[in-house]
Design a protein around this ligand. Sequence first.
Ligand code: HAS
Ligand code: CU1
Length: 556
Amino acid sequence: MTTETVRRFGAEGRLAAAYFIVALAALAVGGLMGTFQALNYAGVNEILGFSFYEDLAFIFSYYQALTLHGVLLVLVWTTFFICGFLIYVTVNALETPLRSLRFGWATFGLMLFGLLLAAVPILSNDATVLFTFYPPLKASPLYYIGLTLVVVATWGVLVSLVLTYLTWRRLNAGRRTPLPAFMALITMAMWTISTAGIAAEMLFLMIPWSLGLVQGTDPLLARTLFWFTGHPIVYFWLLPAYISWYTMVPKQAGGRLFSDPMARVAFLLFLLLSIPVGLHHQYADPGIQHAMKFLQALFTFGVFFPSLLTFFNVVASLENAGRARGGTGWLSWIIKLPWGNASFTAQVLAMILFAFGGIGGLVNASYNVNNVVHNTSWVVGHFHLTVGTAVTLTFMGILYWLVPYLSGKRLFSNRLALVQAWTWFIGMALFSNALHRLGLLGMPRRSMIGNAPYLALQPEWQSILPFVGIGGVLMTISGLLFFTILILTVTVSKAPANVEFPRAEAVSGPEDAPAILDRWRPWLIGSLVLIAIAYVPPLVAQLSSLSLASPGFRPW
Ligand code: HAS
Ligand code: CU1
């Protein structure tokens, strides 16, 4: 790698760094809660006479810790990392500064304010409702208001990106949008459209209810609006990882992206199909037409397809790199890939586990087979391979070049970072395999299994549960290594960074893509039409039988 003496866009880099700091703080605290849970599964409730949930009961209970775990990891770590990353990727790809830095910082400030507001009731045990906050569980209004502010603030990121894009477009009429910026814009556009569900749930149901302005709520409608956003949010987490796999990893591997047009098609399909599928989380809910559940099941199989395109395109790009490095044979090019580079290795290990997470997703999506796995620990296994690995391990790999790039200091230890990535990979493989199998044996999710009175009656679980703990401990070690490496990089490391911003060329470039792939209106309209087909009938039915009758409960 060459030394890049001029780091571009320092001001935007500082804004991105602010986002990363909040994201990393959330990862640290949220991850620690995960350690307690994994040990509880393994039956280790006490170490050296110290019990997590009993001795720390004055700080948090099992469900409060689980709320912290979910909110901090899937909402805060992801969202803050993504907003910082997409801003930085876009200005670099367009080689255009952010249109308004002040607006960029205001957006960040509002997000942080919302987060702090939501944190107060979580920490005071007034919002122990998990990250899905299903009514009739009822939290403090601050929780709903705070989360709403975080979501609304992310719209500001879309505004920032669009304004910057328009500046670029004026100076570059007729040119194809550079791939990373195109992908960042699609990600934020898809996300922003999808937030209509959660915004409506918060503004019309949860906030008035928690403030006591209305007496009851409608749990089914709330859940439907939640999953309107709650499924697409998983692609909001995934697509930034894909941006790295498509536009950065091939370069890091020493090769080229196989097909730029195919990558654009994949992202446009995500824009079309990410949203009209939320009912696949509600197959078991009564009161929703079967035909609509079935239709959304079909759309879910549709949204599987752009990930298959990604599978093909990314592996072809890796093969291109392996052969460029002298690899030959059907598979032996794999050996030639730069496995000594921690940033690369972390991301490829993330891809490998994602292949398994994706296949599990197909099981979940299958209308009837879902009955076997719904609300079991299988689902927990699934989302630790997806958001917990495909996304999280990729973001870690990205930070292994991006923190040196932004700080100007060389990564503290590439070798330690390799150990970190492999430890995560092995720990997660054990952990999620065990949870998948336990799920098939009927073990429920969201339960304090280590203390469950019926545990003794489940001998077939006993031999598998320790692997949840072993995997969890390995991931804890990996997490500690990760933070140690980053902290030592910015504090102790003296050598100058020797990284460049990875920008992959393509074997088949943007000039091979038809112009329709660089237009916005037809795809945005298509997205809205599919949403209308999938959601107007169930929402009309639910609104026509709306009953704000359920009181709130606080069982904790
Ligand atoms: Fe999911 C539940 C269906 C993807 C996250 N999912 C969840 C929940 C979460 C989550 C958090 O249909 C639980 C929510 C809750 O609390 O209740 N999911 C799917 C399907 C996909 C899918 C069909 N999920 C994700 C992603 C997530 C995520 C991505 C986060 C980032 N999921 C479901 C369903 C449920 C569900 C139901 C509800 C279950 C229930 O009953 O509650 C698909 O998008 C997956 C497509 C992925 C692939 C894999 C492509 C592989 C690639 C890598 C290739 C490269 C390699 C490297 C292998 C087809 C791109 C090779 C290396 C060399 C060296 C050569
Ligand atoms: Cu989903």
